[in-house]
Design a protein around this ligand. Sequence first.
Ligand code: ARG
Length: 567
Amino acid sequence: MINFKEEIAKQISKATNISEQELETYVEIPKDKNNGDYAFPCFRLAKELKKAPPVIANEIREKLILDENIIDKVEVVGGYLNFYINKKLLAKEVIKAVNEEFGKSDIGKGKNIVIDYSAPNIAKPFHIGHLRSTVIGAALYNIYKILGYNVIGINHLGDYGTQFGKLIEGYKLWGNEYDIDKDPIGELAKIYIRINELCKQDESVLEQCRYNFKLLEEKDEYCTKIWEKFKDLSLQEFKKVYDLLESKFDSWNGEAFYSDKMPEVIEMLQKTGELKESQGAEVINLEDSGIDTPCIIKKSNGSTTYATRDLAAILYRARTYDFDKALYVVSYEQTLHFKQVFEVAKLLGIDKKYTDGLEHVAFGMVLLPSGRMSTRAGNMIKLEDLLNEAIQRAKEIIEQKNPELEDKDDVAKKVGIGAVIFNDLANSRIKDEIFDWDTALNFQGETGPYIQYTYVRTKSVLQKAGYLPKVEDINVDYLVDEYSQNILKLIYNFEETLVQVTNKEEPSILSRYLIDLSKAFSAFYNENKIILEDKEIQDARVYLCSVVGQVLKTGTELLGMGMPNKM
Ligand code: ARG
């Protein structure tokens, strides 16, 4: 598509002799539509030219030789030049550009992005915080990918640590009393509570547990076998959630994967002289970097830590993936952990490119209105149940609205799961989110189902028309009205929106965009008759519907949601 910012910069450059590249960075999109489609603020030039911005604006205006095929008009308002782009050109460019591949680009070519997300803990419930991580991580994954980056999605499973020494001991003592195969995570949780109790009463049991973990670290056959069983059973449980979400990962290297890679890290840290003994533990003090809490590398009992494993992972990922960015989609509760780890990583002697590329993509909590949703202790809820309930509720709504619908189960799955996913992505990630069924599943609110519903409307228009006109037959004279133009401008900005997501690691920018596009479509649909006598007008409007549908579908799928054709 034509680059309007660039065209405007080109024209101003001719009038000012300032470089096009510089000028292009100044061009902005005004918040208020009454200020044109693009604005050029002259404030930045005021210093250089030693003139007041409105004077500069008028001078440039006089010298501008406008290309009318690109710009309809320019207005000077205060220190701004407001540009109105040629409406027909916009329409032509957009309808020509949109197809199934729309959004694909090579902006990211040659760049590697590692995304660490989901990462539930073995033998513990997959909780709603992990769901957020999974959903945000997957959206980022898809968006980087469509922009042409090479993306590596890693599920850094929590499958290691001293707690496994305890679980192994508990299993050894009472394994036959529990039906672990039936409800692995529930039963292992019970064993874990029971063994912890026993450890409190009996120091020798605690010793044995620590020893078990040591044996595990040394690859003892028996311990490894039990640990693998826990891992397999837990993964089977997690898989139920991943299947519902259709999550995929390129790597399942969890914490245990780094067990043989930590000695190198510890040695490297020792060499820097920064590794200090503190109450029997080995730590790195980070006060000079403004972090009060030291990073523990080795506990007093000699075992390694979550932080040490993350350091080994950074080293491994730098070497294996040569990443430009390594994103960690993890709750804000771990802010301190990542600050420490990223700071200590600077001591590993890796290229600055890598340490600069480390980023904690933090997100807020999911708050649950109390009631039947918190089936487990505290606010732990079984995610599989939550997702299945979403599907069930979606099905009830669909049943009511459209009893005749075919493939109700498939549609209910897309709508129910889509509602949960969109709810997670609707607002800026750092905000705590309230999960409320009625809000998430409202077909009229700013929700996933609303976007899906809008898409279905575009589909039904096409069905009513009974044909899809050819793009070269469209007369863009019929797409210059306000409602069509609002849609076209939004679609023109689709790629820019995706780029913004990657600049801020913020999928909600795309969520907002899809809501805006759905609203713009609703306004168009309400104001413009689409199926009518005049075939030429009908063709233009039907075509625009199909274009909107395509962008809604692509965008929604990038967020990780499915798109029904009917609902
Ligand atoms: N398993 C951890 C948890 O549940 C999250 C791991 C995040 N990734 C990482 N590289 N530390 O809290």
